[in-house]
Design a protein around this ligand. Structure first.
Ligand code: FAD
Ligand code: MLT
Ligand code: ZN
Length: 474
């Protein structure tokens, strides 16, 4: 249990009684109130790093039901944990103790697709991959893609302001989400839906719900601007000898590929090995210390290929890139992407445990933290590796080991956060703060900013029932 691993005490919340179960069953049908063994999967996170012991999971279908549940929980001072697809990587999506889980799994309607504006309206529990398939039928694409697309919800993505593999092209969700509907802790329905990108009518309240990880309200519906799907897509997978070559290849890619650049990822040798070993993948090129995955998306294959070939010619001529393959065949592109997307999954399955860090760092110092961490943890770790969204200055630093233990934990934390803070980086680039990083928020936010966040929390959730022990330092 989480409380046995980390020094944390249950807050002063009420405990569930028979009366509460009866009340939940009167708001929802009986089969949407899960108890006992049916709650198991909802109590443990994807990383197997946080495990609560909630005995109830509620599965509302409508915003009104969410509102009724929250009104009731607030009046009883019952703590709640909003849950989407439970793919979050910072322990925010599961109970720490016995919080009531409110799962958005049954709120998965895709309501309306406006093919002219590209604005799509849906319930928060729509699975990202399903949303992508639906909008593709109209020639659009969701401006967000990530390895967890088969399970994560669009509402979970918005609640974490997820970044993903194409942020360099489409920007983050604060820009693409045109509106949200959310229910506050007291059960108030905040309709902040808008079908327009341009809407400067007072305070932009929707942003309070985007990226606040279920601590200020439960997102029930949203609208998002979906761009036109690209007609021409190419993927290059490149081998490089050093991190400096990676950085300079990125610079060259921006200059040469300009507006068609849609993804720039970096993978180190250890990360690629791990993904291919666990999932039986096959690299299309030889072994290198570093790899880059570069994707272009445009509307004219001949034009894009010409640019890409010119870029590759220059990169190879200047010896930045040593080897590489380029393809526009869907199956081959998919295989290259799979090697990259499966790294996270391979890392949690190869040993016994994986400490994950998701940091923003200046590109001139981007990779140094990987060897520095390796040196620091020495034999305590099985291996240390780094990969990530170099196009957005976002590194994923991972430390794999046989099992979680206090010795290695203390060797890595706060070391990684202090290192990041000295370089004026961000201690969480895209995964959020969740349960794991609350005490490190101070490395990225001033005391005044944290105090202001606490004031907002008190205003919107006076009893502190929404996702306690998460986001804000205790
Ligand atoms: P959950 O994990 O269920 O919840 C995440 C947080 O949001 C929790 O705090 C929860 O309480 C809250 N929440 C969920 N739904 C709601 C709601 N409707 N209203 C209010 N609060 C809510 N992240 C990236 O940014 N980029 C990546 O490239 C990326 N790749 C990933 C790859 C893999 C294989 C995995 C497992 C995860 C990855 N992630 C990535 C982590 C990422 O945060 C999530 O996958 C995703 O955004 C979370 O969505 P979810 O529906 O699973 O939310
Ligand atoms: C990714 O980019 O693959 C994800 O953010 C997950 C991870 O950090 O491993
Ligand atoms: Zn990522």
């Amino acid at each position: 249990l989480t409380k046995d691993r980390y020094p944390i005490q249950r807050g002063q919340y009420a405990e569930l009684s028979d009366k509460d179960y009866a009340q939940f069953e009167s708001i929802l049908d009986k089969n949407r109130v899960l108890t006992g063994s049916d709650t198991q999967g909802h109590n443990i996170d994807w990383l197997r790093s946080v495990r609560g012991y909630s005995n109830v999971v509620l599965k509302p279908k409508t915003t009104e039901e969410v509102s009724e549940i929250l009104k009731y929980c607030n009046s009883r001072k019952l703590a709640v944990c909003p849950q989407g697809g439970n793919t979050g990587l910072v322990g925010g999506s599961v109970p720490v103790f016995d919080e009531v889980v409110i799962s958005l799994n049954s709120m998965n309607k895709i309501e309306y697709i406006d093919e002219y504006s590209g604005i799509v309206t849906c319930q928060a529990g729509a699975i990202l991959e399903n949303l992508e398939s639906k909008v593709q039928e109209k020639g659009l694409c969701v401006p967000l893609d990530l390895g967890a697309k088969g399970s994560c919800h669009i509402g979970g993505n918005v609640s974490t302001n997820a970044g993903g593999l194409r942020l360099i092209r489409y920007g983050n969700l604060h820009g693409s989400v045109t509106g949200v509907e959310a229910v506050t802790a007291t059960g108030q329905i905040m309709n902040l839906m808008s079908n327009f990108k341009k809407d400067n009518t007072g305070y932009h309240l929707k942003h309070l719900f985007i990226g606040s990880e279920g601590s200020l309200g439960i997102i029930t519906r949203l609208s998002i601007q979906c761009p036109t799907a690209s007609k021409a897509v190419n993927v290059s997978f490149l081998g490089l000898n050093s991190y400096d070559d990676v950085m300079n290849t990125f610079l060259m890619a921006k200059k040469e590929l300009g507006e068609i650049l849609s993804s720039v990822e970096m993978i180190d040798e250890v990360s690629l090995n791990c993904s291919n070993k666990v999932f039986n993948g096959q690299s299309p090129i030889d072994v290198f210390p570093f790899y880059m995955l570069i994707e272009t998306s445009g509307s004219n294959q001949a034009h894009d290929e010409e640019k890409l070939n010119e870029f590759l010619r220059k990169a190879m001529e200047s010896s930045l890139v040593i080897d590489g393959v380029t393809t526009n065949e869907p199956g081959k592109m998919r295989n290259i992407w799979l090697m990259r997307e499966r790294i996270a999954d391979s890392l949690i399955n190869i040993e016994g445990y994986c400490f994950k860090y998701d940091i923003s760092l200046p590109l001139t110092h981007f990779y140094e933290i990987v060897p520095a961490t390796k040196e620091r943890v020495g034999d305590l770790a099985s291996f240390v590796c780094g990969y990530g969204h170099i196009g957005d200055s976002n590194l994923h630093l991972n430390v794999a080991c046989k099992n979680f233990n206090q010795e290695i934990y203390k060797a890595i934390e706060p070391f990684v956060f202090e290192y990041t803070s000295k370089l004026k980086g961000s201690i969480s680039a895209e995964h959020g703060i969740g349960f794991h990083k609350t005490k490190y928020l101070k490395y990225s936010k001033t005391p005044e900013a944290i105090a202001f966040m606490k004031q907002i929390k008190e205003l919107m959730d006076p009893n502190g029932i929404l996702n306690p022990y998460k986001v804000l330092p205790l």
